[in-house]
Design a protein around this ligand. Structure first.
Ligand SMILES: Cc1ncc(COP(=O)(O)O)c(C=O)c1O
Length: 362
């Protein structure tokens, strides 16, 4: 049984044992894919592997040929779950190893990343500051309610402010007081954080093998690109026939492809793998995010209702609902029929739905 988050001293020992079974199964094909994650410190925040579920009722409702599977990274059991826990498992271990005593991170008012970072900091007994961009709402809901319950130091900044400037001022102020702040960038998308999605992807490939299915396509929501960057790096190394499809939630496809390729290349460098990817190799769609980031789309909300009513699983209107609407659209058009099975990474985010209640009153 894998050890969950313990004390700070537990957190920095590397947890060799917990990795062994994964290395045996995922990385051992004649040593060819000897990706060694054991040399990175980690916290073991959640039980791995997360479940892989078949969505037979959703497949039936869509009427598509490929089988549909869901990687339940919404069930990473820290801070109400989500993809950021996979990144934070590595990033926060680094913060602890550096002797940091204050964690600072940034995002939107309903940031899932900020919520999960705060949860880990709280468990480690570290002070946490969240720089949240957007209006302070009259009533706190969703992720912001969670942040407030946990007693976060919240700094609301206007939509046009430079969050990193605000963070720099805060860091200077804390350092003057003799503190050791650690800044985690938006979405935790650093190469170290993206290792979390190297691991999630290797996990799911292995789980597919155990269930006797090969995924031809895998979909995920892409924002700051750490999730897709890590998944790309792993899939290309271990299962090149599985195409990773990123559904952009905020930007046009071209800059996102560049960010993803850049992240995958930094991951390869970190892992000592002599390989590069170029933006032309990356698949990103920009037709599913609608008007702009965090504004729900009709198709995204329909996808949320469809998954809820067929599988009793909840997505969110900012990331996973929009990404699912992209996958459903392509399945309905028969564009993924070359695959026996398609995969969707449920990257979490469902607590945000409570802040969007007015969209789901019927
Ligand atoms: C629920 C959810 N899914 C997907 C993403 C996108 O991940 P990334 O920022 O690594 O592209 C995020 C990022 O905040 C998220 O909260």
């Amino acid at each position: 049984m894998q050890k969950l988050l313990g004390s700070v001293s537990d957190a920095v020992v590397g947890q060799q044992g917990a990795q062994e079974s994964l290395s045996d199964t995922c990385f051992s094909e004649k040593g060819e894919y000897a990706v060694d994650l054991t040399r990175f410190k980690r916290l073991n925040l959640f039980r791995r592997p997360t479940p892989l579920e078949e969505l037979a009722r959703l497949q039936q409702a869509i009427g598509c040929k490929p089988r549909i599977f869901l990687k339940r990274d919404d069930l990473t059991d820290s801070g109400l779950g989500g993809n950021k826990n996979r990144k934070l498992d590595f990033i926060m271990a680094d913060a602890v190893a550096q002797g940091s005593d204050v964690i600072i991170t940034l995002g939107g008012v309903q940031s899932n990343h900020c919520r999960q970072t705060l949860a880990v900091a709280t468990k480690l007994g570290l002070e946490c500051h969240l720089i949240l961009q957007g209006e302070k709402p009259a009533v706190r809901q969703g992720n912001l309610l969670y942040d407030t319950l946990l007693g976060a130091n919240i700094h609301f900044v206007p939509a046009d402010a430079d969050m990193y400037e605000v963070a720099a001022d805060l860091i200077a102020e804390l350092e003057k007081k003799g503190r050791k702040p650690y800044l985690i960038p938006v979405g935790g998308s650093t190469p170290l954080g993206a290792l979390g999605y190297v691991e999630s992807t290797l996990e799911v490939i292995e789980q597919g093998k155990e269930m006797g299915v090969t995924f031809g396509h895998a979909f995920l929501a892409t924002g700051s690109a750490g999730t897709q960057g890590g998944a790309e790096a792993a899939a290309r190394e271990k299962c090149p026939s599985m195409k990773i499809h990123g559904v952009s939630v905020s930007r046009e496809a071209e800059p996102v492809k560049k960010s993803v390729a850049n992240m995958a290349n930094q991951v390869y460098a970190l892992l000592g793998i002599d390989k590069t990817v170029s933006p032309e190799d990356i698949i990103v769609y920009d037709q599913y995010y609608g008007e702009k980031y965090a504004v729900p789309t009709e198709a995204g909300n329909d996808a949320i209702r469809l998954l809820a009513r067929t599988e009793a699983i909840v997505l969110d209107p900012v990331y996973t609902g929009k990404a699912m609407s992209g996958m459903i659209d392509m399945l309905r058009k028969g564009l993924l029929d070359d695959a026996e099975a398609v995969l969707f990474f449920h990257t979490g985010g469902y607590p945000a739905i409570f802040a969007y209640a007015e969209y789901f009153q019927e």
